[in-house]
Design a protein around this ligand. Structure first.
Ligand code: ADP
Ligand code: MG
Length: 257
């Protein structure tokens, strides 16, 4: 397969560097799942990560949240290397909001409790302040009237919006979304994407793994295309979707578009 040479930073990050990955490598046994990853995410930027299944997108997100360790290289948030353990690590997890494909709400807690828990335990807020902020965020994602229900009583789209509110409640510096709409019924996808669009417009720094090309086109500052553990392209959405440089990206797009 002939590859056009990789062109990095076609679109330079905007804003001050917030998340900086420098020469990051990660193996799972013999599998080299992240291969010399260099990526800078600027303050207020929306970076969409796309690529085939198994290319390392989730591992990349998990490494930024320190849910996975890395073998070499460095990851820094706001100029500081990621902490390894203890209280510092808990604070990092709060600073890096994460929304998963599978919602991951606490099933035995109400919607409101899901959004107050971290504020009280990690951010040390009193219950009243936490409740107030939670209700404001639940309103913002359009589920303010569901506060006293349990997750199982909500639709998938509502649960995912609660998960977004829960992450936002920690006032994160950056939000990571790992295929946040992949587990949703089609009619619920847009209600979640709209919340994410609004967050992007409000200036949140976001890393979004998604195959929702409409979202990528309208919200992304940059598209990062991953394949086999490598960043193969970093482009503007217009450039990436109309004129991808690599065979691997062209091949991937031809299968999903
Ligand atoms: P993507 O999110 O792009 O589908 P992942 O980051 O989940 O890719 O996985 C990349 C590769 O690493 C896949 O081959 C996957 O099977 C493997 N992998 C992911 N997590 C683990 C793990 N905990 N142990 C072993 N292999 C893993
Ligand atoms: Mg994944």
């Amino acid at each position: 397969m002939t590859e056009v040479s990789v062109t990095k930073d076609e679109v330079p990050p905007t804003g001050e560097p917030l998340v900086v990955l420098d020469g990051v490598n990660k193996h799972f046994g013999a599998l080299h799942v992240l291969q010399d990853i260099n990526l800078t995410i600027g303050q207020g930027e929306v970076v969409v990560v796309i690529g085939p299944s198994g290319s390392g997108k989730s591992t990349l997100c998990r490494a930024i949240n320190r849910l996975e360790t890395i073998d070499s290289g460095s990851i820094a948030l706001d100029g500081k290397p990621l902490p390894q353990e203890g209280k510092e690590l808990a604070r990092l997890r709060a600073d890096v909001g994460m929304v998963f494909q599978s919602f991951n709400l606490f099933a035995h807690k109400t919607v409101l409790e899901n959004v107050t828990l971290g504020q009280i335990k990690v951010r040390k807020k009193d219950k009243k302040a936490a409740d107030q902020y939670a209700r404001k965020l639940l309103d913002r994602v359009g589920v303010g009237n569901q506060a006293d229900k349990y997750p199982a009583q909500l639709s998938g789209g509502q649960q995912q919006r609660v998960a977004i509110a829960r992450a936002l409640a920690m006032d994160p510096k950056v939000m990571l979304f790992d295929e946040p709409t992949s587990a949703l019924d089609p009619e619920m996808i847009n209600e979640v994407l709209e919340v994410m669009q609004q967050l992007a417009r409000d200036g949140m720094t976001m890393v979004v793994v998604t195959h929702e090309m409409g979202f990528a086109r309208s919200a992304a500052n940059r598209v990062v295309f991953m394949s086999d553990g490598q960043i193969v392209e970093e482009q503007s959405p217009e450039q990436f979707f109309t004129n991808p440089r690599s065979d691997r990206a062209r091949d991937f797009l031809s299968k999903i578009l």
